[in-house]
Design a protein around this ligand. Sequence first.
Ligand SMILES: CCCCCCCCCCCCC/C=C/[C@@H](O)[C@H](COP(=O)(O)O)NC(C)=O
Ligand SMILES: Nc1ncnc2c1ncn2[C@@H]1O[C@H](COP(=O)(O)OP(=O)(O)O)[C@@H](O)[C@H]1O
Ligand SMILES: [Ca+2]
Length: 548
Amino acid sequence: MESARRPLVSQLWVKNRRNEAVLDPERPALSWKELQPKSGRGLCLARVLHRARGLIGRLTEQYPSVCHSVPISEIIAVETEQKRYNSDTWQKFNHHAFTVHYAQRAQKHCWRCSAVTFWCKDEELCHQWIQAIKKLLELQTSRPKHLLVYINPYGGKQQGKQIYEQKVAPLFSLASITTDVIVTERANHAKDDLFEVNLEKYDGVISVGGDGMFSEVMHGLIGRMQKDSSIDQNNPSAPLAPCNLRIGIIPAGSTDCICYATVGINDPVTSALHIIIGDLQHMDVCSVHHNNTFLKYSVSLLGYGFYGDVLKDSEKNRWMGPTRYDFSGFKTFLSHHYYEGTVSFQQANQTLGSPRDKSTCQSGCYICKQSTQEVEEKRKRHHYNLEETEDDGDWKVIRGKFMAINAANMSCACPRSPKGLSPAAHLAAGTIDLILVRRCSRLNFLRHLVRHKNQDDQFDLAFVEVYRVKTFLFTPKHSENEDTDNKDVRKKHFNQICNGNHSSCGCNHVNSIWNCDGEALDHAAVEVRVHCQLIKLFARGIEEDSKP
Ligand SMILES: CCCCCCCCCCCCC/C=C/[C@@H](O)[C@H](COP(=O)(O)O)NC(C)=O
Ligand SMILES: Nc1ncnc2c1ncn2[C@@H]1O[C@H](COP(=O)(O)OP(=O)(O)O)[C@@H](O)[C@H]1O
Ligand SMILES: [Ca+2]
């Protein structure tokens, strides 16, 4: 037992150079450092060359004189080396080598799978190293072994299947992860399937696609969980049962904002590596109801007005792929509609921060950690039927004319807006940032939009308000449930609006629609509530000290 905790230290060769390799179960990490060539006549030239390379390296910073170190948690696999090296090296070491594959940080937030081969003087040493690394890998209990994968072949640039097969499947197989892969044949295929399958045999579910595909998988899992726990999803105030299976996202959609905002980049290989090493990120989910009827869950953007109209128009142009959003965004900007209605909301406790904070939610965020404790206590109290002690804040009611009403459950960072709709929003604090953009001139709305792309504060404008809330209601001024007679009145009414405000439209823009993670909702009047840390992802949030 004692010896298992002691570091394994050996002289191993890396690329024909003598290294000291250390496997330390206490840290736990694998490290290796090149040793200086021994002095002696025969090695004199080698030593001169070595020093020269070191000097040039220091000047050009290409030759690492540093010790390499890989945490065990970031090792993907260890393998006996197969014969793929030139026969000189192969002969010299009498075939004894092993290769360690590990996750390496490349550019900002982007990870790559790197490999290092260690050559050993004898077979026993080689075997000892492989076994020792394997033993430490077995202690990594949060890693998935068997995954259920859904591929949307229709989203984004329709590359989902190729992306999975070429970039992800080889990494899963290297890491000895087995998979059941389903390529969807229709919308809702994945969601419906998740109500039927035996989930017990899986350690996670993978969504290959965009935010819509993730949404399907999430609806399947949350819905299944509530069904199994006899919880009525139509009851807006029912505490929902959390999902224990983690969801992984391989980005192959159009915006992929859920992936970008939880990993920091839309890159299939990076996501696959986070899945393999068994990362964990809790995430809040919003439930959306209309008249005590469940409509949908949302994790990224719930947008009425501008983003609802962009979605409605862009769905007609799916053939354009991801560019459809730019095209429809431009059209929607020109049409410049506003919508009337009432927003009522309850503000979140100030300990949960403010949308105007300069700091952002990062890996290990202390505000989200604080919510983890609270949510655990709340679930315990609920389990033992103890009374809730929630101090609900006052309701604030805002009636007005809005260009956009955006509820961001996360930053919504994506390649189009790397800081996102609400840069300081949290992934798992149990709050939503409610952004109200009031009726304004085209120029002012453009100023607001442009600030999503630069360093300026998009909320620092007189016609923009932002609140951190736990729940909100929206009621459009023009009721959706009118009978036909009323519709004529409505038409008359909104012709008046159009004549006065957007002369170019012919228009049926009394109400907008809600864009719910890129899917349209059927009703404008909604009740939205955030469910703290309802789901888990194979991600770790945004890392601060990622390579520049
Ligand atoms: C003059 C330039 C103005 C540029 C303004 C840029 C603002 C961009 C903010 C984008 C925020 C998107 C939030 C993401 C939502 C996704 O869930 C949804 C669906 O993503 P999917 O396409 O399924 O991956 N995408 C959209 C565009 O509605
Ligand atoms: N096989 C399929 N055929 C058609 N639609 C599908 C299929 N599988 C999933 N979908 C639906 O495709 C829509 C778009 O998927 P998504 O992953 O969001 O891609 P994008 O990012 O391009 O919008 C979602 O509404 C999803 O339910
Ligand atoms: Ca979509």
